[in-house]
Design a protein around this ligand. Structure first.
Ligand SMILES: C[S@@+](CC[C@H](N)C(=O)[O-])C[C@H]1O[C@@H](n2cnc3c(N)ncnc32)[C@H](O)[C@@H]1O
Length: 266
């Protein structure tokens, strides 16, 4: 499956900041409670983006670990390297395209994480087999992604604003079904953990900022929405009207993120 998607640095960072500011819970704390990290671990973070998870692992283990982050976006890798330099983290960052064989020997890592990215793989079983190959026996795969009920309010507001059906998202439409099945087919044991995080927006502005950073990221995935030249601006205007109406009616917009954490053992 060809995925028309390219994360931009500013959109990813904008969404991370909105989660930090308006979310009730912190997903990194949940991830660290969910995973059993031990000193000396060798960890690979696939699709590491700006280095969020690598940095969390590194600080939690007080640097007593070997961490590699890989991503296809050189721009995001540069951000991750900047964060590493600012904090003196010893983390290795390298180019990794999960649609191709990973440049690592087999049985190398104790933990492989892949947060909010696996659904962009063009061939999910292939990517999962690569993840399995580079893990040690007994090593763990940890993935996160949206469950089908994720951020329902976001889609409800867009539906009300556009009167158009929401296109199938590569994440929420497949993560808990096809992708979970592919992991179960390759790994011996798979556990599912759920993380729910209500984001409470007291006004329309931060909700619109989130929407802009999500729709522009996924613009090609929302093909039918943006056929006209100024389609994006027009749609954002209608979404703004509906969001303001919801704020006047309810005093806030609460959008709940529902994330699945899959932990699989090799
Ligand atoms: C939503 S971001 C998540 C980044 C990071 N894991 C986080 O949670 O902040 C999705 C990431 O997947 C990466 N990605 C997309 N296609 C990829 C590919 N073919 N190989 C490796 N990374 C890819 C993007 O560059 C981006 O960094």
């Amino acid at each position: 499956m060809k995925i028309n998607y390219k994360e931009t640095t500013s959109d990813l960072i904008s969404r991370i900041n909105i989660h930090d500011k308006f979310g009730n819970r912190n997903i990194d704390e949940w991830m660290l409670e969910t995973l059993e990290l031990n000193e000396g671990m060798r960890i690979l973070d696939v699709a590491c983006g700006s280095g969020k998870q690598c940095s969390s692992f590194y600080t939690t283990l007080g640097g007593k670990c070997e961490i590699t982050g890989g991503d296809v976006s050189e721009e995001l890798l540069d951000k991750a390297k900047q964060l590493r330099a600012d904090n003196n983290y010893k983390i290795e960052y390298k180019h990794l395209n999960f649609n191709e064989q990973f440049g690592f020997a087999e049985n190398k890592f104790d933990l492989l994480s892949c947060c909010f990215a696996i659904y962009y793989s063009e061939d999910i079983p292939f990517t999962i087999r690569e993840m399995h190959r580079v893990l040690k026996h007994g090593g763990k795969l940890f993935t996160t992604g949206p469950m089908p009920e994720n951020k329902q309010v976001f889609y409800d507001i867009i539906k009300e604003a556009t009167n158009k059906p929401i296109p199938k998202m590569p994440g929420s439409s497949r993560y808990a079904s096809d992708i979970l099945k592919a992991i179960e087919n390759t790994f011996s044991d798979v556990e599912v953990k759920i993380f729910e995080n209500p984001l409470t927006f007291p006004s329309a502005a931060p909700f619109l900022e989130y929407t802009r950073a999500s729709l522009s990221e996924d613009r090609k995935l929302w093909g039918a929405f943006f056929t006209e030249k100024d389609g994006f601006t027009k749609i954002m205007k209608s979404i703004e009207e509906v969001a303001n109406k919801w704020i006047q009616r309810d005093g806030k917009i609460v959008m709940t993120k529902v994330v699945g954490g899959f932990i699989a053992t090799k």
